[in-house]
Every structure is written in structure tokens, then in C-alpha cells.
Design a protein around this ligand. Sequence first.
Ligand code: SF4
Length: 383
Amino acid sequence: MSVVLPIASHRRGACPTLDAPMQTGDGLLARLRIEGARMTPDQLSAICALAAEHGNGLIEVTDRGNLQVRGLTNTSAAPFARGAETVFKIMRGLVVETPPLAGDDPTEIADPRPLAASIRAASVLLAARLGPKVTVVVDGNGRLNLSSLKADIRLTAIGSNQWACSVGGRSDVILRNEALMITLGHLRQIANLGKHARADDLPGTAAAPRPGKDVSPIGQFALRDATASGIALPFGSSDHKTLTALAAAARRHGVTAFRLAPHHALLAVGATPAFMTEAAALGFITAPDDPRTRISACIGSDGCASGHIPARAIAAQLASRLAPATDLHVAGCDKGCAHPRPADITLVGRPDGYGLVRSGRAGDTPATVLRVDQIESAVAAAR
Ligand code: SF4
């Protein structure tokens, strides 16, 4: 008898998981929280094979560095999940994130992993009372830190025994040995407000602070005993054949592992120049000045029932026209899932064309509505 997994609701506040994939326009989408957020080239090949067998072969790395597989069905989601569990150890419960090079980054002030592991272990029962988006970030404050990612509770190492603890708009300096107890206290307060509560809902919290400066994962990073080179999936998406080819190139060129990283990136540990050349030839972003690093795009009408335009295909078409230091968001509809923040230029798919929003979000009223033949010149002219 086939097993059918529960489906995650598509309402705001829900999160797709391996156990409860989310219905999208191209089938079910499963998000994998891989322990340690790392995989060998063989594991990458294995998940590609599963994505091709059970899904539509599209694979994504999200802005927070999670792996997603698209196009699963009611009957294929369960065998996919069983297969994925043979490839990776999947994490469940409260989301506690650490930077992708945690523990190996010589510039970090403290290794955040032991504290993160303590919080995960101590919050097992509490997690069931928290909403799925509640997130704790434990950041060793190295070169590739997580300061630009939103968190309900953020613990940032600022000294050998001191951590900054931010909850909503409040920030305190706490000692390392207080951090677990204080974090659990804040989580209990959030849980007491109900499953839809976030840290911003706690009494006395101010507006959330502005995110820190974005740190690009595209570049070379010295580790304690190796180097890692960042590459990114264009607009966060690739397919099983391309990623299988990337895994094969990794094996040929001595890449030992990939670390999943924010901003749709994979950090290839031990990458050689020859590997990076192959990755670029496969279409991955390997240069920090690639204009695609400044473009966000959802799958749009290619895989979402709400989409009016094939957002990623349009984003690829517009990349070479984008002015330097300008960021672009191409949204399939006014929900703007790929980039909830303002962008210099936002093109929004509508039933009557392409809404153009300057310095705003996808949901803002567009300055004008363009025809398809007008969008290239409009993007090239906008700065
Ligand atoms: S922005 Fe609209 S089209 Fe794009 S993924 Fe979100 S709901 Fe779908």
C-alpha cells in the first residue's frame, strides 16, 4: 500500500518539509534540512537521481541555503522522502542555523556549533508549540556570517565568552554559559503567544533591526585546513542533469564536499581553478560581479499556479541589460516570494502585462505597466 504524506498548507507562515511537502503549480515541493548543511559529490548525485525519479528534476537552493526538490506527486513524495533519508540525516524540530563554514572558519570569534546543538537538543518538546518559521541563528561572526538573514533570536559571538543576543529589536550582551537558558526563555515566551507568534510579537520588542551587510558567498574562503570556493545556482535553481554533471566535475577535480550556503550558493571545499571553469561552463555563477547575483526571481508561471510570467526565464534574458550596482526582482505575481524586501527595480507579472516598481516591493503599486517588448529597455534605463 502506498503511503501519502501530509501536505503543508500554502498559507503564509507554512513551510514545506520532507515530511509535509507543499503543493505548488508544478506539484509538491519538499525542503530538506540536511544535518550540517553539507554533502559529498556522491550525495549530490544521489539526490539528483531521486529528484529525477520522483520529482520533475528541478532542484533549488533557497536564499537561506536549504535544498528543495520540486515536482513530487502524492504518490512519489513518500518514496522520495524514504530515499532522501538514506542519503542524508534530515534535521527536524526548531530551526537553529549556523554559518556554512562554522567551526572551520579561522576568522570566526567562536565556534557556534556546540551552542546550536544544545539549543536544538533542549528545544525538542518546545518546538511543537512554535510556528514553523521561528528561527534561531547562532553565528560565530566570521567572514561568511549570517547577519543579513532574518532571525527571531540571534546569538552572535562578540568575544571569547560573550555573545550578543537579539530578540526582535532588543539586544543584550550575555555570557556563553547563560546563552542556552536565555534562548529557551525567549522561545517559551514566543510559544506562549501561540503557534503563529514570532519574536516581533513579544511585548517590549521594537521594530526588527535592519539586516547586516550582505556577505557574498561567491569567492574563495580560507578554512583551517583547506579552502572553499562559492558558486551559486542562477536564481536559486538548477536541474538534476546539470547538478549531476557538477558532482562529476567535483569528483574529477578533488572537491571533497559542498556546503549549502545562503544566497542560493554551494561552497565547494577543495575546488581547483579547473573545477570552477567547469562550473561556470555548466551555467553556475562563479564570479561575484555576475549580474545574476543582483537578480531575484521565483519560478513564476513555469511552476506556480499564481504566476503570470515565467519569471526566471525573463530574469535570465534581462541579466546582461542590468546596470551596475542595481538590483532587480522579477516576480511571477505581486506576492513577491523570491524577494520580500524592496529592490531597485521590480517587474511584477500581472494579467495585463509587467508592472514596473521602482525602489519598492512586488506588492507596491507599479509606476507603469509594460508590454513584453518594453521590458528590456525599461530595465536598461533604470538605475
Ligand atoms: S511570487 Fe507569485 S508566482 Fe512567484 S512563487 Fe510567489 S506566488 Fe508563485
